[in-house]
Ligand binder design. Structure first.
Ligand SMILES: Cc1ncc(COP(=O)(O)O)c(C=O)c1O
Length: 374
């Protein structure tokens, strides 16, 4: 069996599940990792504690593998929002962000600015269609701008930003901080364009909550003060008691306390599954399933407001039927799980979404006709 077929065979969620942009039902590998670590921590034996303590390094290495970075540039966090706090709290200058970003970006940036005594100021933009393009960013650039924080794939519109173009317009002196929650592992991206990448494992990596992570390049470290740096983030050997050592001279400076080994183990397992197949193979299967959803939308004459262009999308299709709530009720009654919000129906398949699920969507859309047509 080919690796991709093995991977696709691990999808065991209920038929009708099309809500991967909200939550990824756990993979067998993540569940097995959790069960094994629970047993290892049930006895008090030193070996079990040591093995599970090693999950942090395993997860860092696995994430670094997909990012194409060094393992010591990767830190683990309870969530991607915690990781963004680390990136934004220590910045100075004007930081560009779209007002339509996920609140992990907007609220975190606003709070970091209010605590900065004027050192940091958000530079809010409202680009057309919530698309953070290089042109939209270029209009705002002036010498006070130090960074852009942007979702690689927008949670609402599904738009995939062009990281290479954003890097080019920002130049080498400003930071590109990327929220990769809606793309990591399912979009074959060159992450070297970004100075900071944050994400988590509970959607597309199928690893459950508690699995946030971040990569800070050396350049990012030169510009982001580790103001939220905690007890495990110093250069000291062992426990830094009776001393106040400086933050570590590595990305470890942006850590707080020991990561949850259960979460780290799940994350390592979720990332390893994708690494074994290759991101490009997963991305190609996802692209096919997105095409299948788009074809159904066209068959039923539903307006598609997310991009159809493969380079501008990932796993999110946004539909605007005439009555989104009504259509959502019919889909839910048929066992289809999607997100209905802001006057739209967000459909998000994964690489392993089955033909059965797509068939259920087809039948449910046929039943929802009265809520679809203008
Ligand atoms: C783009 C984006 N960023 C951040 C988050 C929140 O991530 P976390 O719960 O890890 O803070 C989400 C959740 O849906 C999201 O879609």
């Amino acid at each position: 069996m080919r690796a991709i077929d093995d991977y696709l065979a691990t999808f065991g969620e209920d038929p009708g599940y099309l809500n991967w942009a909200a939550f990824g039902p756990l993979s067998p590998a993540a569940r097995d990792a959790l069960h094994a670590d629970v047993e290892l921590l049930a006895t008090g034996r030193a070996e079990g504690i040591a093995v599970t303590a090693g999950r942090t390094a395993e997860a860092q290495a696995a994430v670094a593998g997909l990012l194409g970075s060094r393992a010591d540039e990767v830190t683990l966090h309870p969530s991607s929002t915690h990781a963004l706090q680390q990136a934004l709290a220590g910045l100075d200058g004007a930081v560009i962000a779209s007002v339509a970003e996920f609140p992990s970006v907007t609220i975190t940036l606003e709070r970091a600015a209010s605590a900065s005594c004027g050192r940091l100021a958000p530079r809010w933009i409202s680009p057309a269609g919530t698309r953070v393009t290089a042109d939209a960013v270029a209009e705002e650039l002036d010498p006070t701008v130090t960074a852009l924080v942007v979702s690689h794939v927008d949670f609402r519109s599904g738009y995939r930003a062009d990281l290479a173009a954003l890097r080019e317009v920002l130049g080498e002196d400003r930071l590109l901080i990327v929220d990769a929650v809606q793309s990591f592992g399912v979009v074959d991206e060159d992450w070297s364009a970004a100075d900071v990448v944050v994400s988590h494992g509970y959607k597309w990596l199928r690893a459950g909550r508690g699995t946030g992570f971040a990569r800070f390049t050396d350049r990012a470290r030169e510009r982001i003060r580790p103001v939220l740096s905690g007890r495990i983030a110093t250069a000291a050997e062992g426990l830094p008691t009776d001393a106040l050592p400086d933050p570590a001279l590595s990305a470890q400076a942006y850590a707080v306390s020991a990561p949850d080994p259960f979460a780290a183990g799940r994350l390592a397992a979720g990332v390893a599954e994708i690494a074994a197949v290759g991101v490009s193979a997963v991305a190609e299967r996802l692209e096919r399933n997105v095409d299948a959803v788009l074809a159904l939308a066209d068959r039923y004459g539903i307006a598609v407001v997310s991009s159809r262009e493969p380079a501008e999308r990932a796993g999110i299709v946004v539909l605007e039927p005439s009555d989104p709530q009504g259509a959502g009720r019919v889909l839910a009654a048929a066992g289809i799980q999607v997100t209905v919000r802001s006057g739209a129906v967000r459909v998000s398949p994964h690489a392993g979404t089955s033909t059965e699920t797509l068939g259920m969507l087809d039948a449910a859309l046929a039943d929802a006709r009265e809520f679809i047509c203008p």
